[in-house]
Design a protein around this ligand. Sequence first.
Ligand code: SAH
Length: 246
Amino acid sequence: MYQIKFVIIPFFFCLSCAAEKTDAGWWQKKADMMVKNQLEKRGIHDEGVIRSMRETPRHIFVPENLRDLAYEDGPLPIGEGQTISQPYIVALMTELLELNGDERILEIGTGSGYQAAVLSPLVKKVYSIEIVKSLAERASEKLNEMQYHNVVVKWGDGYQGWAEYSPYDAIIVTAAPDRIPQTLIDQMKIGGRLVLPVGTYFQKLKVVTKMRDGETGEKNIIPVRFVPMVHSEKTSKEGSKFQISE
Ligand code: SAH
């Protein structure tokens, strides 16, 4: 009797493991709950943003040992002392860009590549800059593997923007500078929107719009907490020439 139980129990256990691993959609239920409980309840309403948040596999962009937590209501570490933002903040910043599908977007702070993946189906092209080389390489590989073909990642310093493809329709910054970088305003089209956190300890999420006369308008959205946008002499000089994927 005992012997039979011993054989049968692990057998069923392994079957369920295998089913879970091969069930490509296990995460979709979690993503649906995330959208319902974390995004829609807090007022995210842009249909494209909601669709992209539901369809982008966030667990692929976090370290393997944290995959179970990928759809929880918070940021997660991604290595090198950096974090992937809370899903609500990713959705809010994407909604604030007011996208219509034709845009060429610049992202500063590629990190895991998740924000770029969320933007990918909503725009024509995403140019993304990351200052930490290992993160830039990893994100680029992942985005390529997952066939996000309209995303290009560069290892470089976001304070310099990416002049080659400017002006951009919109710019999103996912690390916090202590003031709004003028270079980014310069690389934006008239009528363009810059969505970014600004500040050191106390930060505000802002939307900056560039007007016809070159003036800017500024709106504060909510208090936020992002990793700082850093300056790095060495990386910026080498990085400005280093393009990882096209
Ligand atoms: N958008 C990311 C989260 C980014 S965390 C995601 O979806 O995962 C912020 C990132 O900004 C970090 O990876 C950090 O290394 C990067 N960063 C900080 N200062 C930067 C700078 N000057 N230029 C480019 N990237 C920078």
